[in-house]
Write a protein that binds this ligand. Sequence first.
Ligand code: ADP
Length: 197
Amino acid sequence: MLNLVLFGPPGAGKGTQATYLAKAYQLIHLSTGEILREQIAAGTEIGLLVKDTIQRGELVPDATVIDLIQDKLDKNPEAKGFLFDGFPRTVPQAEALDVLLVHYGRSVSAMLSLEVEKKELMARLMSRGTTSGRIDDADLAVIENRIQVYNDKTAPLIQYYSKAGKYEAINGVGTVQEITDRLRFYIDKLPLNKKSR
Ligand code: ADP
């Protein structure tokens, strides 16, 4: 069984690829960004709490996203596997995910990291900002901040998953189809042994 972490800086293309991969491998797609935006749109208590943080391009508290993920794992006990998108984003989140998955008799099979250089990320996010309607895509300073937050707090996860032998770097520049093919190449090589169930 597959439990994949799709990783990369803002604008790397995680969401686009995640939608496709979840379908192809019958995985439940869990995007914490999407879940948080749903909470904001629905005007829930969590939504109200996180709105300003997201608007500034900062990370919402670890406990908030860990609770949201736990809830999804609880609600999907029969899932064939999960595709985590935008989560984990800090070392404490990665540690919490490992503990949670053990509880459900699962583990992270691999962390697939989409690599795209900053100039290209900025261009993609600015262009997305004209159509996405996302509060955090509209402002150059916020986009810069999200990339900075990624470098400071999220990039250390590369070390975390490297140590566990689960890190795979994938070139995130090319057509959507080319990048999908690169991801599938790695996923299809993963041993579907008991450990990654
Ligand atoms: P992107 O990858 O383009 O930044 P996301 O949808 O993954 O888009 O995230 C949007 C915002 O939601 C982040 O900037 C952050 O404020 C919040 N967020 C999403 N996932 C997490 C997480 N795992 N931990 C903390 N904050 C998160």
